[in-house]
Ligand binder design. Sequence first.
Ligand code: SF4
Ligand code: SF4
Length: 243
Amino acid sequence: MKIKIQRFCKHREPENAVMVDYELPDGDITLLNALTFIKSKIDPTLTFSSGCKSEVCGSCSVRVNGKEKLACGYKVQDRDIVEPLRYAEILKDLVVDHNKAQETLKRVIGWQSGVSQKEDMSIEQEKRVELQSDCILCASCFSSCPVLEVDGAFLGPFAMTRNYRYVSDARCEDEKEKIDAVQEKGVWDCTLCGECTLACPQGIDPKNDIMMLRSKSVQHGYVDPTFVSGGDDMFGGGFNPSF
Ligand code: SF4
Ligand code: SF4
């Protein structure tokens, strides 16, 4: 079987990216094994990321035929087209710089703050944040999001899932600050298309988390800006009413 891989070697400029065909032996193999085969038998310059090889670390996330996949979990098919994740600088071939995506965690205060670490959660309280805690930061959802194509400043899905994880934590003492942090280029700018939910290899549902954050935002006095502007502000920033 044959697959195409986007290579990006010369001067590291996007316009120098080329699609290269590789012939693989027929068989039931993962994309990661196929990439390893190419590197060891055909072209040692092919560059890609991998870590745990068991769908846990998220480092081998790429796009296959326009959809995000973990290479270690995806069974390669004849004529597959393999590309790096979107909205990240390509370092080489399939390796991208995740810094821009991960910077969004700082913007949403995506960590435990303002709580006593000594306090325990009950099992029920832990269950409430269990799914969101499984995020492996693979950035698949970020790459799948169509809003980032038109607005690079949008927070993107996993940052808001992380924010919701901590807002929902029974020990959270800074809920208002965390909700404030997802107004600008955040919850109201999402189109609720659900692409992020389809892309997530962990079964996390960022779209639903964003809807829950909208509901929390209303509880904190925020208003959907599309109601205020009559729908003209679909991609605008969040609206903070004055009282
Ligand atoms: S649901 Fe929202 S965050 Fe998720 S991909 Fe669509 S626009 Fe992006
Ligand atoms: S929410 Fe899912 S797709 Fe997004 S970074 Fe986390 S694990 Fe990856």
